[in-house]
Design a protein around this ligand. Structure first.
Ligand code: AMP
Ligand code: ZN
Length: 686
């Protein structure tokens, strides 16, 4: 990537800003076309340079600058936008016959209208129906000026700032394709499945409730009041039509023109001249839709001739010239054969329905979650009931509905268990919560889950100890709880099926390595209720040693930033439990580090980054600059673009230039990348 010389840059910031914007737009387009030419890091570097120029010269900021993608100040609420034309819904068909009927009706209408049968055969366009949130986007003089949700179809919310953060959506249209001065397009915003899964993985690791599906998460995200938060969620989008003006007599050509403007039309559309072609399209995507990175709930069939559309018109709800063919719902009916419970690492019992096996969304489902006992009681799910279950791409199947009319006469309401299904000890219901819990710390289910958590990536990160191996070790009686992992000897392992000298040695090495993970990870790993990664990081950062935490009273703990009474009580409770204390002592005796990893700066400061003014410069190897910025901000730092006497810390990556020099001149403390990583780790692994 070529960069202009600094001297050149400072001579003409306006020209450099324009150059950077063009480059960023081009790279955004290439990225979404699936052929990026530069790395994320290089992209971020260009963006950072632009942000820097814009900060120094606010007058140069344009509404279509790619810098607008980072989001702005939170707002109090959304303005309302009138939709002209309205955003209609689509009529649905649920099988090929209904769709064929619709096509026949169109044909008949056309013949009636034109009074002859010569115009036989209506070309149609088939498209995937993206299951996200509808959006209307306005471009004026090529610049994105407004974006609104569907709302009730006539009036929606102005979510312009949020939509600007979506990189798939250009902030400026490609002028070389000659877009109209005013262009209103319609599309769908979605959260890629991969992004959704990562988001849930992070929530799971933090012991936070999981999001149900990408569509709901998208709907929630696009209505967030803080666009910076939206920017961090990596939404994506497709555009499927121009609402005004009409770009072509043919819909397929409209789509091509939208593409030429740089808009993200999904390439799966197809012109069909026969019913057979439409059917083939449906079959093709019914099979392949699970491989897409977005959820799709069907196919939209539209009349290709825009003039013909006018003949068909619309009802107040939906156009007559288009229809949705819904893929068979990823729901299925089946029978509940039994209701059991799964015991998690904190002992919480989750009710599970055992089902008559049923094929749905590409797999055979035998179990579905019933969430919790309150939910189960509300739905009144009983053994023997016929229920509707639902399954999205990677989501745990769940029971969504009971067919009460099909309930057997002799059925009885389900009674929640009084004893743990795994260890048989009585369960407890703690006053403030919904869950039933097995409070037996030696419960095999709790032990197994707590070991799985202990070794997981965001906890002690012990690689090579998957679910199966943990079960194997438990069954062989080689481990009792997570502390005994450190007592495993290579020779014990070698005797087990599937273990050789190499794998045993590797695991020993992993275990050794994990001892130095530091206090924050350790606190997270031992599984204290309400202590996820973030709380663990705060405890480690502020109290520094396990001794200090053990010595802290509930009141001392609530003094800490972000630690409330609930968390404080839970930490105390955990530490006061003799079994837990013993386990911590054992870990200590095995050489597991019980101290916070020390940051290199201001060791005496309570919170190393709180309120610190930090500047990032140069190229980082291990993360993008924007990722580094985000992490620093999460830890309380204020990250700014330019070095001044007020700067507390400069982080200088490779090829740091003028800023590093200036910082040195001003006597500002500097850190290299290794120092940054250490700082981030010790301040909390957010
Ligand atoms: P529904 O909400 O079920 O009535 O379906 C109508 C919605 O489907 C529209 O508001 C669109 O946002 C959405 N949709 C998704 N993909 C397409 C597409 N390719 N063409 C038209 N509408 C689509
Ligand atoms: Zn139990």
């Amino acid at each position: 990537m070529s960069k202009t010389q600094p001297s050149d840059r400072s001579r003409n910031p306006e020209a450099r800003a324009a150059e950077l914007r063009n480059a960023l737009r081009r790279h955004e387009r290439l990225y979404y076309a699936g052929s990026p030419e530069i790395s994320d890091r290089e992209f971020d570097a260009l963006m950072d340079e632009l942000l820097e120029i814009e900060r120094a010269h606010p007058a140069l900021v344009t509404p279509d600058s790619p810098s607008q993608r980072v989001g702005g100040e939170p707002v109090d609420g959304f303005d309302q936008i009138d939709h002209q034309p309205p955003m209609l819904s689509l009529d649905n068909t649920y099988n090929e016959e209904e769709l064929d009927d619709w096509m026949d009706r169109l044909q008949k209408l056309l013949v009636d209208e034109l009074g002859d049968s010569d115009s036989f055969g209506i070309p149609l366009v088939t498209e995937l129906k993206v299951d996200g949130v509808s959006i209307s986007i306005l471009y004026e003089d090529g610049v994105l000026t407004q974006a609104a949700t569907r709302g009730n179809g006539r009036v929606g919310d102005d979510v312009t700032e949020n939509v600007k953060t979506i990189r798939a959506i250009p902030l400026r249209l490609d002028e070389s394709a000659d877009p109209p001065a005013r262009l209103l397009v319609r599309g769908e915003i979605y959260m890629p499945r991969s992004v959704f899964m990562q988001l849930n993985e992070r929530r799971k690791a933090a012991d936070e409730p999981l999001y149900v599906n990408p569509r709901n998460t998208t709907a929630g995200t696009i209505r967030l009041l803080d666009s910076r938060e939206v920017a961090s969620r990596s939404l994506s989008a497709v555009v499927y039509d121009a609402a005004s003006p009409q770009l072509s007599e043919r819909h397929s050509e409209t789509l091509e023109r939208l593409v030429s403007f740089g808009l993200p039309v999904h390439p799966s559309w197809q012109v069909c001249h026969t019913t057979a072609e439409v059917h083939a399209y449906l079959e093709h995507w019914t099979e392949r839709r699970h491989a897409l990175d977005f959820d799709t709930d069907g196919v939209v069939v539209k009349v290709e001739g825009v003039g013909q559309r006018e003949i068909f018109g619309a009802t107040s709800k939906a156009p007559r010239w288009a229809v949705a063919y819904k893929f068979e719902a990823e729901q299925a009916l089946t029978k509940v054969e039994g209701i059991g419970a799964q015991v998690g690492r904190t002992g919480a019992l989750t009710p599970v329905a055992f089902l008559e096996p049923v094929f749905v969304a590409g797999t055979t489902v035998k179990r579905a979650t019933l969430h919790n006992y309150e939910d189960l009681a509300r739905k009144d799910v009983r053994v023997g009931d016929v229920v509707a279950i639902e399954k999205g791409g990677d989501i745990i199947p769940k029971v969504v509905e009971v067919r009460v009319s099909e309930r057997p006469r002799d059925s009885v309401p389900f009674v929640p268990p009084t004893h743990c299904p795994v260890c048989g000890e009585p369960v407890a219901k703690l006053d403030d919560e919904v869950a039933l819990r097995c409070v037996n710390v030696a419960c095999p289910a709790v032990v197994r889950e707590s070991i799985r958590h202990f070794v997981s990536r965001n906890a002690m990160n012990i690689e090579g100890l998957g679910e199966k191996l943990i079960d194997q070790l438990l069954e062989a009686g080689l481990v009792e709880d997570y502390t005994s992992l450190y007592e495993l000897r290579a020779e014990d392992l070698i005797g087990l099926e599937g273990w050789g000298e190499k794998s045993a040695t590797r695991l020993r090495e992993e275990l050794e390595k994990s001892k130095g993970q530091g206090l924050a990870r350790l606190l997270h790993a031992v599984g204290i209720r309400f202590v996820g990664e973030r709380v663990a990081a705060i405890l480690a950062r502020d109290l520094k040693t396990l001794d200090a935490i053990e010595a802290a009273s509930e009141d001392d703990l609530t003094e800490l930033e972000e630690i409330g009474p609930k968390v404080a009580a839970s930490v105390r409770q955990f530490l006061d439990h003799p079994g837990n204390r013993e386990r911590l002592d054992r870990l200590r005796s095995f050489g597991v580090s019980v101290e916070a990893l020390e940051p290199e700066v201001s060791a005496d400061a309570q919170s190393p980054l709180e309120g610190q003014r930090v500047v990032l410069t140069g190229t980082l190897e291990s993360m993008t600059r924007s990722a580094a910025k985000r992490r620093l901000e999460q830890l309380g730092a204020r990250v700014s673009g330019s070095v001044s006497a007020k700067t507390d810390l400069l982080i200088a990556g490779e090829k740091a230039g003028s800023k590093l020099k200036k910082a040195e001149e001003l006597g500002v403390e500097t850190l290299d990348e290794a120092g940054l990583i250490q700082l981030l780790e010790s301040a909390g692994r957010s």
